[in-house]
Write a protein that binds this ligand. Structure first.
Ligand SMILES: [Ca+2]
Length: 335
């Protein structure tokens, strides 16, 4: 036996003993931390879901359906109610009824908004018409939304993805209750970019945006309401579901994506622009559409014009289409 090792045996024994003690001590500490950690995990309340109400003119353009699909695939959200908005709101409610049933989500409450002499095209009319009439009339969207705000003051996010007629009526009926919304997240407006400006060429300037110009009076009421408004305008929402991404969705084969595939066919154009879906994405992950405080006024044509006064909205002026679709498609295709 080499002398060095022989001579060091007591020291080695001592070291091993110490190591053993240390191992025991570390194991005990780890066990303590494990159980302590478990206790902490059990004691912590689960993160509360965001309560949302969606106000939608689904049936004309196709992006509302894609926004709803994202909401249904976002476990952070508790959908209290979906309102049909603008135009033939009864038929829109039937579209939503079929969409939710056939997607496997029939428990979500629906309400019928205020019918207006709409200018919309209702491209997905046949899908809606094939839904049976409800056994009892759809509830009134304005009354039930106000009721839900009273039940959960300061907690509800209203996601507005259509012309704002229901919202204007809520403010007319009970402005104090409306002010108890946590916030409104809306698709609407055009600050620097108009339609079909994807940001690659020099700006050709803003233009009146559909959701604002269809009911200017209601939009003005919302801007003056005092409720925090987070606005996703044309500048940040021209998100193209292109020919590479469409097969991923339409061949996925879930009950939800099958509804999108049918509605896409009835819509009848080629490349959807998912304007409305950004509102839901923003509600879940605000980093997808960073906002800037702005003072905006609405002129008689429906332009949203920046001013220099006190900010009345938080507007998102730019977003990354790649980041959005990474977020969106991963959720939609996860099940
Ligand atoms: Ca819409």
């Amino acid at each position: 036996m080499p002398r060095g090792i022989f001579l060091n045996l007591p020291i080695m024994f001592h070291a091993l003993t110490q190591a053993g003690f240390l191992r025991c001590a570390i194991s005990a500490a780890a066990l303590f931390l494990f159980f302590a950690g478990s206790r902490i995990t059990v004691a912590q309340p689960q993160t509360a879901k965001q309560k949302i109400i969606i106000d939608t003119d689904a049936g004309d353009d196709i992006d509302d359906a894609f926004a709803l699909a994202l909401a249904l695939r976002s476990p952070e959200l508790q959908i209290l109610q979906i309102n049909s908005a603008y135009g033939d709101t009864h038929l829109r409610a039937k579209l939503l009824d079929r969409f939710l049933h056939d997607a496997g989500e029939p428990h979500i409450p629906l309400a019928q908004g205020i019918s207006t002499p709409g200018k919309g095209s209702f491209t997905q009319r046949r899908y809606a018409e094939q839904q049976a009439e409800p056994s009892s009339p759809y509830p009134d969207a304005v009354a039930t939304t106000l009721d839900r705000i009273r039940e959960s003051p300061g907690e509800i996010t209203l996601i507005a993805i259509g012309p704002l007629s229901n919202i204007g009526a809520m403010i007319d009926r009970d402005p104090a209750t409306f002010r108890k919304l946590k916030r409104v997240v809306m698709m609407g407006g055009s600050i620097h970019r108009g339609y079909n400006d994807l940001g690659y060429k020099p700006d050709h300037g803003p233009e009146p945006e559909w959701n604002i110009k269809c009911d200017i009076s209601s939009a003005r009421k919302l801007f003056a309401s005092g409720v925090p408004i987070f606005m996703m305008p044309l500048d940040a929402t021209q998100l193209k579901l292109d020919e590479v991404k469409r097969p991923l969705v339409f061949r996925h084969g879930s009950r939800l994506t099958d509804q999108l595939a049918i509605l896409y066919q009835q819509w009848g154009a080629q490349t959807p622009t998912l304007f409305d879906a950004m509102t839901v994405a923003y509600a879940v992950d605000p980093s997808l559409c960073p906002t800037t405080p702005m003072q905006l006024r609405i002129d008689d044509r429906g332009m949203t014009l920046p001013g220099t006064g006190k900010a009345n909205v938080q507007a998102c002026l730019n977003s990354s289409s790649d980041d959005f679709f990474h977020f969106y498609l991963r959720r939609l295709l996860a099940q």
